[in-house]
Design a protein around this ligand. Structure first.
Ligand code: E4P
Length: 219
């Protein structure tokens, strides 16, 4: 399973890359707005740091506008994946951009029927939003599993990018469901490390070592 960071924050990306755990990055207009920096400059900065797909989202909602923005974004760097929303013009733009050899991430997917449209239009990634479905008392993880199954049934090459992951269990369940990618905030990536027994065990190892280290190192 690939790990993408869902952020436009450079410090977070730098830390994740230093751990060797970042296979790509997803951004969205809300995440970029939070940083208060130039959109294109930030995408180029991220691409220079990350050896993998970097999703940059169009803000046009009409086909022509999406194609125009998609071309500009794709020219920023080879790592750019153009993100389009799952609306009719977005699906049409997905087909055109994909046929031109540009990688496309279809975002804001909330149903298996929508995921089928993206796969049939040549999307590189489909992004089912797990947390946002959970927020309205629906089963976001069930959606991930259903899309994985449908894509397998027909051999669609579109990769399932589980998005809107809010905690470590979302990541684990996405992996169990067979998602190709999980995109998560930096806070969730950090939480994946956590286990109290690791901390307790390390403390004990070091305390035991402390008691004898002078003798052992002299030998
Ligand atoms: C994915 O590409 C989206 O940017 C993201 O996962 C949305 O997550 P949220 O629902 O926590 O905002």
């Amino acid at each position: 399973m690939k790990f993408f960071l869902d952020t436009a924050n450079i410090d977070e990306i730098r830390q994740g890359v230093a751990w060797g755990l970042v296979d790509g990055v997803t951004t969205n207009p809300s995440l970029v707005a939070k940083e208060g920096v130039g959109f294109h400059d930030r995408i180029k900065e991220i691409c220079a740091l990350v050896n993998g797909s970097v999703s940059a989202e169009v803000t046009a909602t009409d086909y022509e506008g999406m194609i125009k923005e998609g071309h500009v974004l794709a020219k920023l760097h080879d790592n750019v994946t153009v993100k389009v929303p799952l609306i009719p013009d977005g699906i049409r733009a997905c087909r055109t951009l994909s046929q031109e050899g540009i990688k496309v991430n279809v975002t804001l997917c909330f149903s298996p029927s929508q995921a089928l449209l993206a796969a049939k239009s040549g999307a590189t990634f489909i992004s089912p939003f797990v947390g946002r479905l959970d927020d309205i008392s629906q089963d976001g993880m069930q959606l991930v599993g259903e899309i994985v199954k449908i894509y397998k049934n027909y051999g669609f090459p579109t990769q399932v990018l589980a998005a809107s992951l809010r905690h470590p269990q979302h990541v684990v369940q996405s992996a169990l469901a067979g998602a190709h990618v999980g995109t998560m905030p930096f806070s969730v990536l950090k939480m994946l490390f956590n286990h109290p027994l690791t901390d307790i065990g390390l403390k004990k190892f070091l305390a035991d070592w402390d008691k004898v280290k002078d003798q052992v190192l002299k030998k």
